[in-house]
Ligand binder design. Structure first.
Ligand code: NAD
Ligand code: UDP
Ligand code: UDP
Length: 319
């Protein structure tokens, strides 16, 4: 049994990770400033004596005793990370420095939740880890992309300079229960619109692509990367290699929700990547990992979650 720190543990991915780590018999210290995460995401875990929730901002130093660190703290959706771009960069960079400093003092392994956004609007498809990316340094997404790139650099430098054991997961679009209902992301937006029979808001003509990984698969990849005995020697892509257009996603969600929603087109946001799809050869070789949950099955589970949330909200309004 280990005592494991999960920063950003009250968020979408972090709350699933905390749950899995507890199920494995570990103690979990969840650290979160609730910028986008909620206590509700951790509600089922709060009664567990092996779970501790600490309100803390990772841009400030943290002195705790743990055996392993997963650094997930950072808003992930464009509308959230663009709300306070300076804080987003601070969270990525100063958060990484503080968590690396903590890992260095304790001599423990640390995993960074990096992102496919380090590839920017890529001109190589699918994206392998060796691709250096095509990021607009001055655009509205740069606070997130460059913050995450700098965090990765810090991880490589701490590894070389202080001979630390570090893991970097480049996470591609992930979806599932506990996604923030107002995060403006394509899966949550489309599901809520379809369930409430509102028009589906496609940005651009819907021909841009993404590859959607169900959260359980992603968490399994994170656990395997952390548990790997050998040093991986660089970042590892974690995502689903099945590429889908945004239009096709909209049509699947409308069908699965049995919705009367129509499809409407809106302007494409600035710097919106045209295509994104992971090359997961390294994850297959090193971790023997590949996503298992098919899109329809993952969407069905996510739709059930949002349906429950909408019903709960409606009931609390009536009370
Ligand atoms: P999320 O916004 O649901 O979770 C992030 C959590 O970090 C939230 O609970 C938030 O309150 C917390 N947080 C933010 N700033 C903080 C700070 N300064 N101090 C402490 N806590 C802070 O996002 P998510 O989708 O669960 O993403 C988790 C991690 O995975 C992020 O680092 C994100 O960049 C990365 N990631 C996610 C995706 C995805 O598709 N969801 C894709 C690529 C990378
Ligand atoms: N740090 C922390 N917890 C610890 C150890 C360090 O939050 O248990 C922070 C500390 O505030 C420092 C940062 O991590 O600013 C980087 O630590 P490091 O030892 O690498 O750098 P230094 O302290 O020498 O600047
Ligand atoms: N998108 C869309 N309608 C929405 C929300 C998003 O068409 O209501 C598009 C968005 O422009 C992008 C894709 O869906 O091309 C994925 O967007 P998301 O914000 O989920 O993730 P990211 O752009 O960070 O991959």
């Amino acid at each position: 049994m280990k005592r494991i720190l999960v920063t950003g543990g009250a968020g979408f991915i972090g709350s699933h990770l905390c749950e899995r780590l507890l199920k494995q018999g570990n103690e979990v210290l969840c650290v979160d400033n609730f910028f986008t995460g909620t206590r509700a995401n951790c509600e089922p875990l709060l009664g567990n004596p092996s779970f501790e929730l600490l309100r803390h901002d990772v841009t400030f130093p943290l002195y705790v005793e743990v055996d392993e660190i997963y650094n997930l703290a950072c808003p992930a959706s464009p509308i959230h990370y663009q709300r306070d771009p300076v804080q987003t960069t601070k969270t990525s960079v100063m958060g990484a420095i503080n968590m690396l400093g903590l890992a260095k003092r304790l001599r423990v392994r640390i995993l960074q939740a990096s992102t496919s956004e380090v590839y920017g609007d890529p001109d190589v498809h699918p994206q392998p880890e060796g691709y250096c990316g095509y990021v607009n340094i001055a655009g509205p997404r740069a606070c997130y992309d460059e913050g995450k790139r700098c965090a990765e650099t810090l991880f490589y430098d701490y590894q070389r300079q202080h001979r630390m054991s570090v893991r970097i997961a480049r996470i591609f679009n992930t979806y599932g229960p506990h996604m923030h209902p107002q995060d403006g992301r394509v899966v949550s937006n489309f599901i809520i619109q379809a369930l409430t029979h509102q028009p589906i808001t496609i940005y651009g003509d819907g021909s841009q692509t993404r590859s959607f990984c169900y959260v359980d698969d992603l968490v399994e990849g994170l656990l395997r990367l952390m548990a790997l005995d050998e040093e991986p020697g660089g970042a590892v892509n974690l995502g689903n290699p099945v590429e889908t257009t945004v239009l096709a996603l909209a049509e699947r969600i409308v069908a699965l929700c049995n919705s009367r929603s129509t499809i409407t087109c809106h302007p494409l946001p600035q710097d919106d990547p045209r295509r994104r799809c992971p090359d997961i050869s390294r994850a297959r070789d090193l971790l023997h990992w590949a996503p298992r949950v098919e899109l329809d099955s993952g969407l069905t589970r996510t739709i059930a979650y949002f349906d429950g949330q909408l019903a709960r909200n409606a009931a609390s309004v009536q009370m």
